[in-house]
Ligand binder design. Structure first.
Ligand code: GLN
Length: 483
């Protein structure tokens, strides 16, 4: 059962091969056995899951089932879940039980999904290796001495290890696509505004976007269809109809124009990754796509730009965690200021503190123009590069990451090297564009990802290209030997 995709499970549930309760029980068994080994979960909601599964079975029996009815999923632990712990993998929220559901959680619940639990992540989604969690690092199911990628590492590891067929994640600078690539699964970051951010604990509000981690593009289409849409509770969510993403999955790629940015194939790209990505692009060409080289001249500025904008927004967003309203509070303190200082000193991990300090600095009176304002201008240049490229191509393809999964601890002492992991993914966030990563090869038994970026609200075309690619390749069906 656990090898099946959401689409396959959905058909099995419909034809009565097994019930959602049976499926949920089976997957909970795997979560219990393999979850701790990978450290993929913060919370397992077994009882709730079985309750939801039984309700889904009843709904199906009553003839009221959709494609997600009875399908087990997990949520990254920064989506608020009513009555269930929501920690963001931070000590400062280690006792926070949300009084409401995030819109993503609500939408997926109403679609009939069964929540198995909440997944481990980098603290407040800051990181690329899932080593910045107060619950310890997540391990890559392909090689447990390596990172699964981050910050949605728990979601990626759980889907890759076949503990669950689908998961939610968030992507501020690559946190869905990068762990998807390193864990050998399919990760989709939608257009900024496509999915509501309500109830998703904010890191950098102008960049954060919720998306999916699944084992196929078809499954991403199914999940996105349920998650996306306008939400009056998020003023940045788009008032745009949600297309039927499944309806166009099989469309021909004949004549589809795919641009390959020269800047993506730089010295930092490992030769074996380069070969795998080039082979994948050739597959797309065989499917009828027209490949051409394009330029994104300002792409090299995306990492420094991001590391001004994102910390600036995070320093403001995280000021709410002060020990007064919710979460952890220091036990002993002399006065109010001392309480703030001790609470935040104890509550936040090193990377979060580094970001808050950087953000506060770039927003301070003397440096605002030199750093923050400058970064905003460069952001516009990067967005303009993409806009220019999309005048002549429909999609942009390249690597998701420079290398396959690296060893745990390999980059923890060097934040800059860690930040460079997202060099190919950050541009899409700065420009608000949708992007996905699909498995396109194995290098020394470690997965490699092909990234495809689309134009604003171009998810359907993105998923179409990824689906056709997955019909002629089998990288996405390869599983780590974990049990
Ligand atoms: N790795 C990037 C960072 O540390 C991106 C994180 C994300 O997308 N949430 O900020």
């Amino acid at each position: 059962m656990h090898d099946k995709t959401i689409a396959q499970l959905s058909r099995s549930l419909e034809s009565g091969d097994f019930s959602s309760e049976e499926l949920t029980t089976h997957l909970l068994g795997r979560v219990e056995r393999l979850g701790p080994q990978l450290n993929a979960f913060v919370t397992v909601t077994g009882e709730l899951a079985l309750e939801q599964a039984r309700a889904a079975d009843q709904r199906r029996a009553a003839g009221d089932a959709g494609p997600l009815t009875g399908i087990p999923i997990v949520h990254k632990d920064l989506f608020c879940t009513k009555g269930v712990l929501t920690t963001c993998a931070s000590r400062i929220l280690d006792n926070f039980v949300s009084p409401y559901d995030a819109t993503v959680v609500k939408n997926l619940r109403e679609a009939g999904t069964v929540m198995l639990g909440k997944t481990n992540m980098d603290e407040f989604a800051m990181g690329s290796s899932n080593e910045n969690s107060c619950f310890g690092p997540v391990k890559n199911p392909w090689d447990e001495t390596r990172v699964p990628g981050g910050s949605s590492g728990g979601s990626a590891a759980a889907v890759a290890a076949r503990l669950v067929p689908g998961a939610t994640g968030t992507d501020t600078g690559g946190s869905i696509r990068q762990p998807a690539a390193l864990s050998g699964i399919t990760g989709l970051k939608p257009t900024y505004g496509r999915v509501s951010r309500y109830g998703m604990v904010a890191f950098a509000s102008s960049l954060d976007q919720a998306g999916t981690l699944t084992r196929s593009a078809e499954d991403a289409a199914i999940m996105l269809g349920a998650m996306a849409g306008f939400d009056p509770k998020d003023s940045t969510s788009a008032e745009k109809d949600v297309p039927d993403y499944r309806a166009t999955l099989d469309d021909s790629l004949d004549g589809l124009r795919i641009g390959v940015p020269r800047e993506f194939f730089d010295d930092g790209l490992a030769p074996a990754n380069k070969t795998a990505v080039e082979d994948a692009i050739r597959e797309l060409e065989k499917l009828g796509a027209k490949i051409s080289e394009i330029r994104l001249p300002n792409l090299g500025l995306s990492v420094p730009t991001y590391y001004v904008v994102a910390p600036a927004e995070c320093s403001s967003n995280l000021s709410r965690f002060d020990g007064v309203r919710f979460g952890h509070r220091a036990e002993k303190y002399a006065d109010l200021t001392d309480m703030y200082e001790k609470t935040r000193g104890e509550g936040f991990g090193a990377e979060v503190k580094r970001r808050i300090m950087t953000g506060t600095y770039v927003l301070s009176a003397g440096y605002y123009d030199a750093y923050y304002l400058k970064a905003q201008k460069v952001r516009q240049l990067i967005a303009a590069d993409y806009a220019e490229a999309f005048k002549s191509v429909d999609l942009i393809a390249g690597p998701t990451t420079p290398t396959p999964a690296f060893e745990l601890g390999a980059k923890t002492d060097d934040p800059i090297t860690m930040y460079l992991n997202d060099i190919y993914t950050i541009g899409a966030n700065l420009a608000g564009l949708p992007g996905l990563s699909v498995p396109c090869g194995l290098v020394d038994d470690l997965p490699v990802g092909l990234q495809i970026v689309g134009s604003h609200f171009g998810e359907a075309r993105l998923l179409n290209a990824a689906h056709r690619f997955q019909q002629v390749t089998d990288w996405h069906t390869r599983a780590p030997e974990i049990d």
